[in-house]
Design a protein around this ligand. Sequence first.
Ligand SMILES: [Zn+2]
Length: 424
Amino acid sequence: MSDLLIKNALLRGKKKNDILIQKGMIVDIQQKIDNIDIPIIDADNHFVCPPFVDSHFHLDATLSYGIPRVNQSGTLLEGIKLWGELKPHLTIDALKKRALNLCHWAIARGTLAIRTHVDISDPTLLAVEAMLDIKKEVKDWIDLQLVAFPQDGLLRANSVENLVRALDMGVDIVGGIPHFERTMTDGTESITTLCEIASARSLMIDMHCDESDDPMSRHIETLCKETIRLGLKGQVAGSHLTSMHSMDNYYVSKLLPLMNEAEISVIANPLINITLQGRHDTYPKRRGMTRVPEQISAGLNVSFGHDCVMDPWYPLGSHDMLDVAHMALHVAQMTGQRQMEQCFDAITYNPAKTLQLQKYGVQKGCKGDLVVLQCRDPIEAIRLRPVRLYVIKRGKIISSTKPVSYDLNLSGKNFETDLIFRNQ
Ligand SMILES: [Zn+2]
C-alpha cells in the first residue's frame, strides 16, 4: 500500500493526465495534479493501462519443456500423454521453482492476475499443494486463482474424490475436460457432476470444453443447460471451445444465443489453438480458434489466455499477454480499428470480469495497479509489444525496464527517429 504520483500519463483516447495513488488506491485523475511530497514518476506521454490478466494458464506444467522428451506429433493428445510420463517425476520443490520463475516473467511483462488450472488427477495432489504455496508466496504481486482440473478425465480417471479434496484444500474454482472423457455420454455426465459440486459450494466453474476439431463435440451446449438449471449464470467459463471453429453455421446460430442466455464467459487461447488444432488436416488446414468476433458481436464476454509456456503442449512463449493478443488478432482477422481495441480488452478488462477482480481499471476508486508501456495506445501496444517501463502494484513500482531507442545511421548521416522497437 504505497503512494505514487504518475505525471503525463496517456490514457485511452490519448488523453494526457496525472494519476494520484494513495494508500494503494487511485484517488485522483486530472490533467494536472500539483507535486506533493510522495514518490513521483514521469510517464512522459506513454500509455498507461491496468495490468494484463491471463484468464487461462497451467502453472504446474510450465517450463518443463523437454522433460522427459518433447512432443513429436504436436497434438493435444500426445501432450496429455507426455504430461502423464512427466508426472511421476514431479517434486514439490521443482514445481514451485518453475511456477515462481514464470510468475517473475509475468510480473516483468505487466501481468498481475492469472487463473491457473491445476491437475488433480494424481491422488497425492502434489501439484495442488505446490500451487497453493505459490499462491501465498506471490499474493503481494499476482492474484492467482486456482482451478481444480481433472486432466486425465473426471470419470475416465475416477477423479471426483481428488477434485473434492483439492477444493477442500483451498482450490478456488471447479474445472473439467468433458471432451476427453471416454464417450460423449460420459462427457455429459461429467459436466452435470461438476456443475452440481460447484453449485453446492457456490464456486465458479471454468472447463476445458470442446478442445477439438470435431464439429460434433457439443459439450458447451450441456454446460449452458446445466448453468441455467442450477442458477449459475455469470459464474461459468468455457475455455478453448475450438470445435465451434468447425461447427455448422446453422448450429452456431442457435448455440450463440444459448451461451448468451447462460452468460457464459469465453476464453480462447490463440497461441495454443493455432498450434494444436488442425493437426489431422492436410490442406486446407483449419485454424481451430473459436469464433471470437461472432461471440463478441453476440454480446459474450471473451478473453484470451496464454495457456502454455514451454511445456508438453507448446515449446515457446515468454508469458507476454501482448503476444497472445497479437496472435488472436491475426488468427481471427480482427484488423478493424475497433476490433484491435477489442483484442486489447480481451487481455485486460474482459478477463478481469471473468475472474471477478474487484476495483480493476484506471479510474478513481480503482486499485493502484497499473502498467506504463513505451507506446501511445492499445493498438500500438499490440503492434509493438513494447517495453513495460513500469509495473505498479498498489502504488508500488515492482518492476521497471529502461526505454529503448533506435537511431538510424545511413551513409554516415544520422536520422534520429521516434521509432520504438520491441525490447528483446
Ligand atoms: Zn488449458
